[in-house]
Structure formats: structure tokens, C-alpha cells
Ligand binder design. Sequence first.
Ligand code: GLU
Length: 424
Amino acid sequence: MSKVGEKTLSVYGNVVRQFNKAADLIDFDPEIRKILAKTQNEVIVNFPAIMDDGHIEIFTGYRVQHNNGLGPYKGGLRFHPAVDIDEVRALATWMTWKSAIVNIPFGGAKGGIQVDPSKYSQSELQRITRRFTFALGCNIGPEFDIPAPDVNTNSQIMAWILDTYLSTQPPHTRQANVHVVTGKPVESGGSLGRDKATGQGVVFTLAEWAKDRKFDLKGATYFVQGFGNVGSWTSILLKPYGAKLVAVEDICGAYENPHGIDPDELNAYFKQNRTFDGFRNLKKIDHKQFLGTKADIFVPAALENQITAETAQLFNVKVIAEGANGPTDPDGDEILQQKKIDLIPDILCNAGGVIVSYFEWLQNKRSEFWDLEEVDSKLRKLIVGGYDRVRAAAKKHKTDWRTAAYVVALSRLEKVYKERGIFP
Ligand code: GLU
């Protein structure tokens, strides 16, 4: 659930509305619809971890596996106080669509722990992560369900998951299981380019959009919500295109500088201070002012339900590139369409992360190590392939891009279910 003003919105409710709209549009097989409308497995674990002062805290963790029709379950782990079963269900389902759109052989899953990691020391976080991995046990596995980073998790956390998982396997199988998790540090079996992959994918899709619209990214203005992995990398990678960052928001508040903010310098400052406060020439603005920033591009790269019936009216941009998962609810979508704001939907726009996770998984399985050029060019090819399919579906069905993205994903899954049939 996510709280917007006074209202509590079901994030999974958004998925159901999006899904139904696309399924109705293409007369989706009603039997297969029943299957995809539900998640396959939902694991909830309550587990203890020892705090630095010796006392024990109990945490609740989740892993939801939506569908594995196209391959092993795949998706990130989020550490955040708002993590609950409704949110994880939605995020798992979006993963299924995402992999189907960019044509990689994975299903969809997501998980996380309901925790505010900023309240814990590194050693506490390590013990929480390891106990969570232990509690999940064989509900994850390199050919079964492969976690990765998401909000507030990173390569260090993936390294702890890897180590815990391997340590609980029979010794002779350990080296064969390194692909149990992706987004690992490069030295521990990670891939070059995985860290920036989601942001790189956002930038590749924006570059395609610009080509389509004959729009010059040089001198274009943009603003970013959330300056974690996705928001910061998107900003850094847009710089060589000559685009100008004019406003930015994170939990510390919203700030603007219409003359342009250097993303590299801001990133270095933010990493050190965890706030934008004190960075030169920034002016603090309120949340509504931030959303109403006049610019060409908006990149939401934070949490769900930011663009709603209430806030969608505020936008004054040409395109929204959804780096976050689920930043726009279905009512917000309708208003953006009325306002003729283009949308690169999350399940396409932010697929760069899982694409490079796939490359990491392949490299581990084959004991290979790809250079950055290879990773980037393969990433570009897959995400642009997804972009082209979504554009074609939007044209064919005369529909908005989110629905078109669903059409691409649902059509692929429908075909697979029809080919295989239902056991027994
Ligand atoms: N958490 C990322 C996402 O939402 C990446 C998932 C992955 O690499 O498996 O797409």
C-alpha cells in the first residue's frame, strides 16, 4: 500500500487496472488471463537478527514469484519501511512484463524487508541480510529465482546474499551457484556496467524517443525525482548529450537551479552528505513547485504513486521517462494522456537493470567476463528492441504506450501458454 495525501492506494490494484485495460484491448485469452492475474508463490518470513547491543529484533521479509512461464523468477530486493505484500506483488508482476518486453528468458519476482536501513549499522544490516537469505532458503536459487538490487539495496548486500547462499550449499556445488544473485560487486562475479544499467537504459530509451520526435537532447531541460542509483546514473549519463538538469528531489527535499546543476558534482556531494542542502546555487522549493517545473523531460526515479489524479495536472513537460517502478497510477495516466505528455513506461524504460542482470547471469554460467563496450552495446540492442515493439503495438492498437507495453508482454506470454498447455 502507498499513502498519497489522506488516501491509501493499493499498488497491486494499479497493476490489475493496467493489466485489464490491455487484456480487454487485445481480447486476451480468458483462461490465460486467470493465470496471469494471480501471483504463483508468495513467501513471507519472520526472522530474528542480533543488534549491535545484543538485543534481538524480528523482521518481516517477502519474496513473491509472479510467473515463470518465460524463465526463472527474477527481480530485486527492496529494503524500505513501506514494503508490504501488496507492493511486492505489484513489483513482482511488473518484472514478468518487463522481461517479456525486452525478450530475456526470465519470469517475474520481487522481495524485500520491511525495514528502514538508515536506522541500522553496517554490521546489523549484514546480519539482517544474511538471516533473511537463510530464511528464504531454497525459495531462491540460480536456476529458480534470482534476486538483485532494488531500492536501498546495493552490490554489498548482494555479496552478503551470495556468501550466505553459497555457505549453506553442499561444498562441491558452491562454485556452480554464483549466479544465484545479480548486481554483485565486479570482483565477486558481477558484471561491468550493472551498476549504471538502469540509468543507461533510461537514457537509451530517451534517446530513441528524441529520435522519433526529432527532438534535440542537446540543451534539453530535465528534472529528476529520487537521486539513488537510477536517478543519479540517469543524470550523469544524460550529461554527454548536452541535456541540462534543472531540479532534483529526494527525501531531503526538492531543489532547483534553472541555470543547470552538474550531475557529477551533485552526485559526489550527495553521496557524502546525504542531502542537497548546501550544494552551490540550489534553491529549495516545495514538492508541488518541483512537480510543476517547466522542462522538457521528467524522470521519476523514486517510489510508486507519485503521479496521480491530483499531481498529474501539475506537469509541464514533453515526456516522462519512468525510471522508477509504478510512479504513475491509472488516474494519473489518463490525465497525462489528456495533456498529451509522452510516456516511456516503467516496464520498458527501466528494464536496463534486469537486462544487464541477465548478462551477469550468463557470464557466471559460462565463466566469461565481458568488457563494458560489449555490455553496453548488447543492452542498447535489447532495450531498443523493446522500444520498437512497444511503439509498433501503440500504433497498431491506437493506444497509449503503457497499454502497448502490456500488449507486447501479454502477447508473448499468451503464445507460450498456448504452445505448452496446462499440466496435467
Ligand atoms: N530491481 C530492478 C528492477 O526493478 C532490477 C531487477 C533485476 O536486475 O533482477 O528492474
